[in-house]
Design a protein around this ligand. Sequence first.
Ligand code: GLY
Length: 408
Amino acid sequence: MSVSRRTVLATAAGTAAAFGTSTPAASAVGERTPASTLRTLRAAADYAVEKVRTVAPSVTAFPAETRFEKWVYSQDGGWVGGFWPGTLWMAWLHSKEEAFRTWALASAEKLAPRRYDTSTHDLGFLFCPSWVTAWRLTGDDAWRTGAVRAADSLIQRYNPRGHFIRAWGALSDQQNAGRVIIDTMMNLDLLAFASKQTGDPKYLDIAVEHAKTAQRVFPRPDGSTPHVFDFDPDTGAPIGPNTVQGYSPTSCWSRGQAWGIYGFTTMYRRTGDPEFLATARGLADFAVAALTPDHVPVWDYRAPQQPHDIKDASAGAIMACGLLDLSAATGRTSYREVALRLLTALSETCLTKNSARADAVVARCTRNRPAESGIEVSLPYADYYLLEGILRVLQPQDVDRAIDLSTV
Ligand code: GLY
């Protein structure tokens, strides 16, 4: 019996598990947060809620990035469509204002066609902060079954010869058929969710297979990772590391590293496999050592001008969330302390506070440096993960209700 099958049988209790029965991982470490840090984080969360409240009535589709401080939209959600409803859910948890819930549901609804989309691996990014959270917070079963349907689409992308989920391109397209990226680690929780909800281990089994492959090919001995690893899609044979959004195949794109920290920790929480935890720790230890004193990650930890290079605040927000989980999973308070420093740095040095014009909450993010596209802009995932991270500290029980912080 595989680890994932045991896990599914142990957790197949189904929908009731969503409400109030799990232990938030964030409360597993006997954390004490300095009062000054709590004040800073509360002020940042209040600012975020105020900004989102102001901007939401004019948001027409899914914010993708800013140009001259104004949101540019994706009509179908691209890979980012989960973050706007996710941000609205977090704003609702913090403010309890009904308008955020109404906006979150309306925005999530617009993702409905994407649950049949087999042309991308990004279905976890799309459906976890939006539909899974909608189900967990409303109990309306349509969100749950829709998210499971999206998981059905995602598993079509599994290559059984190479034991990986293909990242990019339509299934009929040979180009990129063997391309695996570190970001996919964040899409696996949708599969864990689907197995838990259906009692069918096939989704989590694929997630575990992919994670084991990623664990084998991405981490270097020092804990850094490349963005991409290529395989021969026909034989499944490994070809080698590569990059698209990082500086080079031997560099370490900071957002990718953050996806890896968060994603491997999540896979540990969903399976109990200590090797996933060890991998998450290796990645985290590298990234923590690579941080500059300002605690705003440089876009690539091995960019030629680093540490004096362009920043990516989104990497800091994602990493903070992963480190909070990792601290709870390992019992090591040092990870939590770094997470608090990251969230504090974002709150003190990266908010759009001095601009009445800005649509977003967080500035100083970089989407794709090699393509020279989206340099030091705002990105919807920075806003989402900053709020998720801050609320993990201020309101862990609420965040657990929204995204399931439990460990099996
Ligand atoms: N998952 C794509 C990105 O992080 O830019």
